[in-house]
Design a protein around this ligand. Structure first.
Ligand code: CA
Length: 406
């Protein structure tokens, strides 16, 4: 058995500014890690896990499962130690789901809720069991899969790298068959898309690269609530597959060219691909840089939305403040002429408005001896025009009419 096409995409999603996922595509090793923790701690944790897979070679001679166990324990030690000594990184952790391809089998090791799937004969099968609260509740029959999908604590994991000096790692082997495709992914994919939809996208895609891109796009269309990482690889008839030739030889399906195309593709939010001669390191660096590229995210960043909301709030506050200033100025300085309930002409201080519930914005300041009934219609229109002015001006206007009548 040998490794055929492979593809990987990681994307911040549409709601998160940072991408705390990390991946390794370094055949025969494939890894997805999903970090968590405040500030940049999640990124530190997932990247420490990824680098352990690249750098730690003391277990290379061990068979698949034991090799994965050893690397994951090493990764756990590195993250745990960093978390103990770096206050910015305290409390950080990461999931890890890793696959290593052997002649006859695929070994899987995992901690947390990043998953491994196998697609065989068009059927998608989840190979890993999530180490998460909702998965525990489902296994004990206290939660249905439907309830789990919307459970508020569905992202709470029960095991992680970096939170304790030792970690309980699940490892197992599956027999490889030619044509198998393996998918490693973070929960940003599986919380947005159901297995059925993941299976359909994989079945319809023309290549693994197209599938990886489409899976991430679909997760983003569905909301992109979390960072999304997808790693895909196929195994084929042939061999030996696991020495350097596997890394350096194209498999006749043109995947190397395709991968290069995709790396420069404008549509791809981010693609990381193993390239002959530049394995692993290249992939992570390409991803890390691309993550800082804002053009790859169509949705406004949460920060931009916050700034806009803040601006709108300030504008609304300023508007209210202006209204209040005008109102108080008006209440203090504005006067108009009107008539009271008894028909007497009155100079009012304030604004000629009733705001309802018996509240008025004016009060009588000068009650004249003149009656509205003494005025002609035209005179009333002129006097009661609600023109605002000083008390003296208003009073003089009233007195002028009163003097005429006396
Ligand atoms: Ca996640």
């Amino acid at each position: 058995m040998r490794i055929g096409a492979r593809a990987a995409v990681t994307d911040a999603g549409r709601k998160r500014r940072r991408n705390e996922d990390a991946l390794v595509v370094e055949p025969p090793l494939f890894v997805v890690a999903d970090g968590m923790g405040g500030a940049q701690a999640g990124e530190i944790a997932s990247r420490l896990a990824a680098s352990a897979f690249r750098e730690y070679h003391e277990a290379d001679a061990l068979p698949g499962e034991r090799r994965l166990e050893a690397i994951i324990q090493e990764a756990n030690r590195r993250i745990y130690e960093r978390a103990q000594t770096d206050t910015n990184a305290s409390g950080m952790g990461t999931t890890v789901t890793a696959a290593i391809v052997d002649d006859e089998r695929i070994s899987i090791g995992h901690v947390g809720d990043s998953r491994a799937y196998r697609i065989r004969n068009g059927e998608l099968e989840q190979l890993t069991q999530d180490h998460s609260l909702v998965a525990d509740l489902m296994r004990s029959g206290r939660l249905t899969p439907e309830e789990a999908e919307t459970h508020p604590q569905r992202s709470v994991i029960t095991r992680a790298l970096g939170t304790d000096s030792e970690v309980d790692v699940d490892t197992f082997d599956v027999a490889a068959e030619p044509g198998d495709v393996y998918l490693l992914c973070s929960d940003g994919l599986t919380t947005m898309l159901g297995d059925e939809e993941i299976g359909r996208i994989l079945a319809e895609a023309k290549s693994l690269e197209a599938a990886a891109k489409e899976l991430v796009k679909a997760a983003n269309r569905r909301g992109g609530e979390d960072n999304v990482t997808v790693v895909l690889f196929a195994v084929e008839e042939g061999g030996p597959a696991l020495d350097e030739t596997a890394r350096l030889t194209t498999d006749g399906r043109g995947d190397v060219d395709d991968l290069e195309d995709t790396l420069t593709g404008l549509e791809a939010p981010l693609l990381e691909a193993d390239q002959p001669g530049e394995p692993g390191e290249h992939a992570e660096q390409a991803g890390w840089e691309a993550l800082a590229e804002p053009a790859s995210r169509p949705a406004p960043r949460p920060e931009a939305r916050r700034v806009r909301r803040l601006f709108l709030s300030l504008a609304a506050l300023a508007f209210v403040a202006v209204i209040l200033v005008v109102a108080f100025w008006g209440l203090a300085n504005a006067h108009f002429v009107g008539a009271d309930d008894g028909g007497r002409v009155v100079v009012y201080q304030g604004l000629p408005y009733d705001v309802g519930a018996g509240v008025s914005l004016y009060r009588a300041r000068y009650v004249s001896g003149l009656h509205a009934a003494q005025l002609s219609q035209a005179e009333r229109r002129r006097l009661f025009d609600h023109d605002l002015g000083s008390f003296d001006a208003a009073r003089q206007r009233v007195e002028a009419y009163a003097t005429d009548r006396s």
